[in-house]
Design a protein around this ligand. Structure first.
Ligand SMILES: Cc1ncc(CN)c(N)n1
Length: 227
């Protein structure tokens, strides 16, 4: 049996994704010691990130050439809007932040750069660009969730255990698996040159993921504050 495209991708992204586990923000989540002001920054930035991320699934559905692919993108869209963003809304309520307030968050420079990159790549290409753009996001969070779930105490009752539980859950695993299956199916008949191009999108988005962790750790917004 020939190698799956996602196995090939894994070899390229593995060093980047292992660096996430060494990142102070991610470590703080797993150890339950993360500064809540930093987490609040993640919560707000990630909420507006996920709004644009959802648009990608809607775009994937519109660009799909068959009903099966259209349905997978629709399931992924539902997964973000309901399952994942519900986690954000619940945490926000604990901070006394309403869903409306979350939605009004001003996206930071990195949030804009990351979502604009994915939207640009996806709008310029076919369904293969869309799935390559969204893959690292869904798959790497599940990788992080599963890794943190094996750390001592990460699933015990602490402020961040709901975070670890969601991203290591079977429901979230299924969303990541949908993305991987779709990526492999679409890659099946693609020439090497095209596979290389898709691989680069996955590497870039993996790098953006690291930059997003950095941004929330330092609570960065824009370099010059106008307020
Ligand atoms: C930045 C980012 N990347 C990935 C995920 C998981 N969907 C997320 N919520 N936020």
């Amino acid at each position: 049996m020939s190698e799956l495209f996602t196995d090939r991708l894994w070899k390229r992204v593995e060093p980047i994704w292992h660096a996430y586990l060494e990142h102070p923000f991610v470590k703080g989540l797993g150890e339950g010691t993360l500064d809540q002001e930093k987490f609040k920054h993640w919560l707000k930035q990630d909420y507006v990130y996920l709004i644009d991320y959802s648009r990608l699934f809607a775009l994937g559905s519109a660009k799909a050439e068959d009903l099966e692919t259209m349905t997978v993108f629709a399931k992924l869209l539902h997964g973000v809007l309901d399952l994942e963003m519900d986690l954000h809304r619940k945490y926000a309520a604990e901070f006394g932040i309403s869903a409306e307030e979350l939605e009004k968050t001003e996206p930071s420079a990195i949030t804009v750069a990351y979502t604009s990159y994915m939207l640009n790549v996806s709008q310029r290409g076919g369904v293969e660009n869309v799935i390559a753009s969204v893959l690292a996001c869904e798959w790497s969070y599940h990788f992080i969730g599963k890794s943190l779930a094996s750390w001592p105490g990460a699933l015990d009752d602490n402020f961040y255990s709901s975070w670890v539980k969601l991203y290591s859950s079977n429901e979230f695993a299924e969303l990541a698996a949908h993305c991987k299956r779709l990526m492999n199916k679409i890659a099946e008949d693609k020439p090497e040159q095209e596979l290389k191009r898709l691989e680069e999108i996955v590497i870039r988005t993996s790098q953006f993921e690291y930059m997003f962790w950095d941004m929330v750790e330092s609570r960065a917004e824009w370099p010059v504050n106008q307020k």
